[in-house]
Design a protein around this ligand. Structure first.
Ligand code: FAD
Ligand code: 2HG
Ligand code: ZN
Length: 488
């Protein structure tokens, strides 16, 4: 993939970074913050999967918001483009510089202070480079919960989560990053600092600017800190693994779970048989909870802040009702935290397991939940007609209408031959998504991989408004050029 020109995007801005700018950057961030040694730069010039590679004149690693402001201001005055990056775990190449070597990669990972936990306000104020897992830990130590939860949580940063409006496995109950954010501190493309770090749940003083930056993938400014909402810590949990005949049963199961468990329904993850097969083959220590194979599986979780909330009984009532309606082929309720973790392992292992099976073509899409059954039926049919034997690894956050429609080549097909079909197969998935009034990016963003596709799937008026926002905030086009907005 990395050598494929389709996965490169040249910046329209190509001012060379001269020695004078490097000297000034060094003055701004010191030796610890300026990296020009090719070996030390390498990890900043690719993403977690090594699916995209770029070059940069330097990697700058400021240690505070003030330093970020100085760096961005210097680059602005020099007309040099800046590519913000956190943990580089994004799946659309948003944090990877282009191949010109004329951009500055701006790593936020040294901004790793938890500035405040406010139990009365149920908020936490953290800097952009704090790793998600560390935010969860800080909340836990205060007897509270920060609910964003995703497979990359040991490496991704809050800044990256905000910039991609990350979702994950608890959106059903707590919402996306957008729903979890009360305030932001942002360094604007000219270096000015917007202090919007307000911990208010109500603030109707005009346009809510934080929402422009959340999900903007580094194209409008650099997020340096955020005020996030916390929730009561979870003290009981009930988790089940169920086998289903088809996606319609999953949609109906969600209805049963909502009716029985109400807001205690925290997660509902769907997996095709192909997804589980890959996990069992590649993730050490995993085992199938059932003896026979089934077409679809779901992981269901209820949780509650009370230690004795009777969740097992609630889950069993819900599953009983689902069996009565013939939605389930089999079910097992996990007993104890080790068994619960083992079930989550089966779900979280899919992404990595699929990587072991050759090229994985990823399509992170969302459709209205009720459309999932017909959407999957039609899309699978079209994909199988295009590539007989294609291995369809459909899984994801079914309770949010969000499926990862990922594809692996037929057994025996050369990786390059399969890769060459990527564009055609993506069209099949996205055209089908559009027919069902869905979105071509549910939670991973557009980055460089999907930005040109946007023009075909979003109304022209909406894209024009997005361009207007970009021109207003970043008239020189220096913030992460070549990402999100389609080429003009
Ligand atoms: P990066 O990859 O470094 O950057 C992502 C984007 O944000 C880039 O465009 C970058 O320019 C921008 N950016 C980064 N920091 C800043 C900042 N401070 N200010 C402005 N812009 C910034 N995503 C989900 O939503 N749900 C999942 O369940 C999920 N699971 C995943 C599982 C795995 C195994 C992996 C590898 C990824 C997964 N992701 C998931 C993808 C997800 O987008 C990222 O994990 C995460 O949100 C990105 O954080 P990061 O710090 O790595 O950002
Ligand atoms: C997940 O839900 C992530 O596991 C990653 O969003 C999906 O790797 C993927 O395609
Ligand atoms: Zn996901």
């Amino acid at each position: 993939r990395r050598d494929d020109p389709a996965h490169r995007s040249e910046s329209p801005v190509s001012n060379a970074v001269d020695r004078d700018l490097l000297v000034r950057l060094h003055e701004a961030v010191g030796s610890a913050g300026l990296v020009t040694d090719p070996d030390r730069m390498r990890g900043h010039l690719t993403d977690w999967r090594d699916a995209y590679r770029g070059r940069a004149a330097a990697v700058v690693r400021p240690g505070s918001a003030e330093e970020v402001s100085r760096v961005v201001g210097l680059c602005h005055r020099a007309g040099v483009a800046v590519v913000p990056q956190g943990g580089n775990t994004g799946l659309c190449g948003g944090s990877v510089p282009d191949s010109s070597g004329a951009q500055i990669a701006l790593s936020l990972t040294r901004l790793r202070r938890v500035r405040e936990v406010d139990p009365a306000n149920q908020t936490i104020t953290v800097e952009a480079g704090v790793v998600l897992e560390n935010v969860q830990r800080a909340a836990r130590e205060a007897g509270l919960l920060f609910p964003l939860s995703l497979g990359a949580q040991g490496n991704c940063t809050i800044g990256g989560n905000l910039a991609t409006n990350a979702g994950g496995t608890a959106v059903l109950r707590y919402g996306t990053m957008r729903d979890l954010t009360l305030g932001l501190e942002v360094v604007l493309p000219d270096g000015r600092v917007w202090d919007g770090l307000r911990g208010l749940r109500k603030d109707n003083t005009g346009y809510d600017l934080k929402h422009l930056f959340i999900g903007s993938e580094g194209t409008l400014g650099v997020i340096t800190a955020a005020v996030l909402t916390l929730f009561p810590a979870i003290r009981s949990r009930a988790t089940a693994w169920v086998a289903l005949p088809d996606p319609q049963a999953a949609v109906d199961l969600i209805g049963v779970l909502r009716a029985t468990a109400g807001p205690r329904l925290t997660g509902c993850e769907l997996m095709s048989a192909q997804s589980l097969e890959f996990v069992l083959r590649h993730v050490p220590g995993t085992r199938d909870p059932f003896t026979g194979a089934h077409p679809w599986y779901a992981l269901v979780e209820l949780s509650d802040p009370m230690a004795d909330a009777g969740l097992d009984a609630t889950l069993e009532t819900a599953l009983g009702a689902a069996f009565d309606r013939e939605l389930l082929l089999d079910a097992v309720v996990a007993e104890g935290s080790a068994r619960i973790a083992a079930l989550w392992n089966l779900r979280e292992g899919i992404s990595e397991a699929q990587n072991q099976e050759g090229p994985s073509l990823k399509h992170d899409v969302t459709v209205p939940i009720g459309s999932i059954p017909a959407f999957v039926r039609e899309t699978d049919e079209a994909l199988r007609a295009a590539v007989p034997g294609i291995r369809i690894v459909t899984y994801g956050h079914v309770g949010d209408g969000n499926l990862h429609y990922n594809l692996s080549g037929p057994l025996g097909m050369e990786p390059d031959v399969f890769r060459a079909r990527a564009e055609e197969l993506a069209r099949i998935v996205y055209d089908s998504t559009a027919r069902f009034a869905g979105s071509i990016s549910a939670e991973h963003g557009l980055g460089q991989s999907k930005r040109d596709l946007l023009a075909d799937y979003k109304p022209a008026v909406e894209i024009e408004l997005m361009r207007g926002v970009k021109r207003l905030l970043d008239p020189a086009g220096l913030m992460n050029p070549g990402k999100v907005l389609p080429a003009e």
